[in-house]
Design a protein around this ligand. Structure first.
Ligand code: G
Ligand code: MN
Length: 235
């Protein structure tokens, strides 16, 4: 299996609210190749496009299957590599593929990594606006990982900000960092942005960011990315 789902949970509602679709490639001996290793390789060869499209189609048809089985679909997010944004037909291509499946866009979220916005912001922003007008949710992934400026928060036309796991983890280790995360969450709540904290691994981390005002979490505390058939049994 190529596609894995990792749950996102709501702390206040004590439930799984959706999942992120992730890929795990395997060596011939069955050992897993981590995404930090294969994604840059696939990006430089352009193969990442094929992989993203594969995951996207998989997610659309999975949602279709759930509806056919009479289940209420959870919202599933798909990562879109920055390479997609070089294509002017991106949004049309996504919508064309999506419409084959006869599902509602409310079940689909696209995650776009923060670093996309450092180049050609205008072109990217107009594509994101079109995705949202159509009804998809859009999130900024890995926020705080690179050189995100505060300016970015104001211009990003997105629904959800996912705070980068390393940023959160490093910050929670000291007083100043904690205050920064606290302030950031408070600003994001102030402008009605949904927030997901990534990389939550301990109850203590969960408690701190929950007290700061973030309700949605993702991380090994809840589950790792697991094969979709396992995900369906569990959640
Ligand atoms: O960049 P993005 O946020 O999409 O990365 C998701 C990656 O983060 C996945 O490869 C996933 O396995 C990893 N991940 C998810 N939760 C955790 C966690 O709690 N700890 C660590 N170290 N990695 C995590
Ligand atoms: Mn992601």
């Amino acid at each position: 299996d190529l596609v894995y789902f990792q749950p996102k949970v709501s702390v206040s509602e004590h439930c799984v609210v959706g999942a992120e679709a992730l890929t795990r490639l395997q060596n011939e001996d069955g050992s897993i190749i981590p995404p930090d290793v294969f994604i840059p390789v696939l990006e430089s060869s352009g193969k990442i496009l094929e992989l993203d499209w594969y995951v996207m189609r998989f997610v659309f048809s999975k949602i279709r299957d759930w509806l056919d089985e009479g289940k209420k679909p959870q919202k599933i997010s798909v990562n879109l590599s920055k390479i997609h944004f070089y294509y002017d037909t991106l949004v049309d291509d996504i919508i064309r593929e999506f419409e084959k499946h006869q599902i509602s866009p409310e079940y689909v979220e696209f995650e776009i990594t923060e670093s996309v916005f450092f180049e050609e912001a205008d072109l990217i922003i107009s594509k994101i606006e079109r995705l949202r007008e159509y009804g998809f949710k859009v999130s900024v992934d890995d926020f705080g990982a690179g050189y995100s400026s505060l300016n970015l928060i104001g211009i990003l036309p997105v629904d959800i900000i996912k705070l980068d796991k390393r940023f959160v983890k490093n910050s929670l280790g000291n007083k100043k960092g904690k205050d920064i995360i606290k302030g950031l969450i408070s600003i994001l709540n102030e402008i009605d942005m949904d927030i997901v904290c990534e990389g939550i691994e301990t109850k203590e981390e969960e408690r701190i960011v929950y007290e700061f005002g973030c309700d949605s979490m993702q991380g090994y505390l809840y589950d790792r990315p697991i094969p979709v058939s396992d995900y369906e049994k569990k959640y």
